[in-house]
Design a protein around this ligand. Structure first.
Ligand code: DC
Length: 214
């Protein structure tokens, strides 16, 4: 549609928090594409489907009825947000997200949403591949330690017993897989505005984006 916003960036750069706030402010549908890759990972693991079982993965994805209700991702009638943010999903999601058939099926669904609705969509390849004509494109970054700190606080606030070093290592490993994979790697679109959020709080990032938009 004519008012689409694309937000890309590495894990923990603040994309989903910021996208949620902007979705409310500008009355946009929020599509968290990382959550879609996480959902595929969750159901694939539950069904013992490995990243190399591409036919089974395609059948699985075709059977998943996904829709968003604000920040909630509902799959086949179940809200799965808590399950997909668990460390065992974070550890494997990049291996499923680099599979061609997974990307093709999810990107087709994401493009369709962008054509039908005014959306704010966050991920890794939104500005470069999914919403190439988006009116506004942003690329959020932050240093790995700051991003690991944010994920650590998010998980410990949920009562999970996690280790900071494990989270930092997972973030560094995912950065490498996501930015070096063959198909649509994590990359800033040429026409995206880059914002380093390392030393900004949430309001600071939101204000910066709103200034660009308004
Ligand atoms: O944003 P996130 O950490 O929830 O994303 C989970 C993983 O999904 C991330 O490591 C890479 C993958 N991903 C992707 O490949 N393309 C997207 N558009 C969004 C996420």
């Amino acid at each position: 549609m004519d008012f689409n916003i694309a937000i890309d960036g590495p894990a923990g750069s603040g994309k989903s928090t910021i996208a949620n706030i902007l979705a409310n402010k500008y009355d946009l549908m929020y599509i968290n594409t990382g959550a879609m890759y996480r959902a595929v990972t969750l159901f694939a693991k539950e069904n013992n489907i490995k990243p190399e079982d591409t036919e089974k993965l395609a059948d699985l994805i075709n059977d998943l009825k996904m829709h968003f209700d604000k920040e909630k991702l509902i799959v086949n009638g179940e809200v799965i947000n808590d399950k997909i943010t668990m460390p065992e999903i974070s550890n494997s999601v990049s291996d499923y997200a680099k599979v061609q058939v997974v990307r093709e099926l999810l990107v087709t669904a994401q493009k369709k949403l962008g054509e039908e609705y005014n959306v704010i969509m966050d991920g890794r390849d939104i500005g470069t591949n999914v919403l190439t004509d988006a009116k506004y494109k942003f690329f959020l970054t932050a240093n790995p330690e700051e991003r690991a700190k944010r994920r650590y606080l998010e998980l410990t606030n949920k009562g999970l017993n996690v280790n900071f070093e494990d989270i930092l290592n997972d973030i560094i490993k995912r950065d490498l897989i996501d930015s070096t994979r063959e198909i649509s790697p994590l990359k800033k679109a040429d026409d995206a505005v880059e914002i380093d959020t390392s030393n900004l709080d949430i309001d600071g990032v939101v204000n910066c984006i709103c200034e660009h938009i308004e």
